[in-house]
Design a protein around this ligand. Structure first.
Ligand code: PLP
Length: 401
């Protein structure tokens, strides 16, 4: 049997490492899992309490509203105004999505059709690449190696925009959509509001829609605060942004995110989703509303934990001869494959690391061709486990240092 939409998908490279991890665990190894970006920090207690309370009420067991309860959308509007000074109309400029991954995937169906094209940086979070492909569109991948490689000093914003312009100018049809995401997964690259303004200007001039996946909106380190693209002048003419409770409030399993910004795009997604789903379980929506309103400092606590882990990891790696700069955001460390192992591909290197060190990492290639030569550490184990991981790496990678 042939399933055309999925047969042409390349094998998911993360599965290779995941299988090795499962094998090692079955054999009794204590694998330090820094592979999959699955947050381990508990969700706020108030979210759990409200969920239990709301779940006791049978009125909340019925189908809910696909775009989210009014109070939920009002809580998002209040959060955006508080944090970024961005004023959003909860009626037209905000919709709930079942996590940003779901929101992004269906948004690509809304924005793109067969024969359309989208510009996506490489490396990228995999759904940024596959979302447009699933919608039948062509992909123009823009390298962001310099922007992402923090070992190279200097401002490479110009470089990125040159690549973007080339991706637009060369080829037909002209791309209708640009996908960006900062702080960036997998590289940890961050940008400022100036950068966002340039993106908005670029897209307005070309009548493109820019989709900013703001999954790490609250994960900025050393005083750095990630900008919302909606802070840029004129952004609402061409930009939409995905804000998620997954990382900010450590609510990954709750699947609660939002698409905000340009009202035509938001309402187009609302229309598609009204055909596809009946919204999130209402107690989850109620718990999310109360959490955003009453646990507004939780993202700061979460961020401090990630910063401590980042420091433990990078300082520890430096001690064993594997140096790299500290990223200013995201929950990842993007590590160049160390020189003595540079003859290995990222998949070979990560396979070696899980076998010899009992440490699971994600191979850079899994994030597109621009990710080759790197491995990604996710900061999802505590500092003590990270220290153990460093000891394992020192022992299992004797050519280091
Ligand atoms: C850039 C990016 N977008 C989206 C997601 C998924 O977020 P959600 O749980 O809201 O679907 C992740 C998770 O790793 C991510 O890194």
């Amino acid at each position: 049997m042939e399933f055309r939409r999925i047969t042409n998908l390349p094998p998911y490279v993360f599965t290779i490492i995941n299988n090795l991890k499962i094998e090692a665990r079955r054999a009794g190894a204590d694998v330090i899992d820094l592979g999959f970006g699955n947050p381990d920090i508990p969700s706020p207690q108030i979210a759990v309490d409200k969920l239990i309370e709301a779940a006791q009420n049978p009125k909340n067991h019925r189908y809910s509203v696909s775009r989210g309860l009014p109070k939920l959308r009002e809580a998002v509007a209040a959060l955006y105004e508080r944090k970024w000074g961005v004023v959003l109309d909860p009626e037209f400029e905000i919709t709930n999505t079942i996590g940003s991954k779901e929101g992004f995937s269906h948004l690509m169906w809304v924005l793109l059709d067969r024969g359309d094209a989208a510009i996506v940086p490489s490396p990228s979070y995999p759904i940024h690449i596959y979302g447009p492909l699933f919608a039948g569109a062509d992909l123009r991948q823009v390298p962001m190696r310099h922007l992402a490689d923090q070992r190279v000093q200097g401002d490479f914003t110009g470089d990125f925009f040159d690549n973007l312009t080339t991706a637009y100018d060369v080829g037909w049809p002209k791309p209708r959509v640009l996908v960006i995401s900062f702080p960036h997964n997998p590289t940890g690259a961050v940008v400022d509001l100036d950068f966002m303004q340039k993106v908005v200007d670029f897209c307005r001039e070309r009548e493109m829609i820019v989709v900013h996946d703001f999954a790490y909106a609250d994960v900025g380190f050393d005083g750095y605060q990630p900008p919302s693209i909606l802070q840029a002048e004129g952004a609402k003419e061409c930009a939409v942004e995905l804000y998620s409770m997954t990382k900010s409030f450590s609510m990954a399993g709750w699947r609660c995110a939002f698409l905000v910004g340009n009202k035509e795009v938001v309402q187009a997604l609302v229309k598609l989703k009204s055909y596809l789903d009946y919204g999130m379980f209402q107690p989850v929506q109620i718990a999310a509303t109360v959490t955003m309103n009453e646990a507004s400092d939780y993202p700061k606590e979460v961020c401090e934990i990630y910063q401590g882990r980042r420091d433990a990891l990078i300082d520890g790696l430096a001690r064993i001869g594997w140096d790299m700069p500290k990223p200013k955001g995201s929950m990842f460390v993007w590590a160049p494959i160390p020189e003595p192992y540079s003859d290995l591909t990222s998949v070979e290197f990560c396979s070696l690391v899980v076998r010899e060190c009992d440490v699971a990492l994600s191979p850079g290639l899994g994030f597109g061709p621009g990710g080759e030569g790197f491995a990604r550490f996710a900061l999802i184990e505590n500092e003590q486990r990270i220290h153990q991981g460093i000891r394992n790496l020192k022992k299992g990678l004797p050519k280091l240092g």
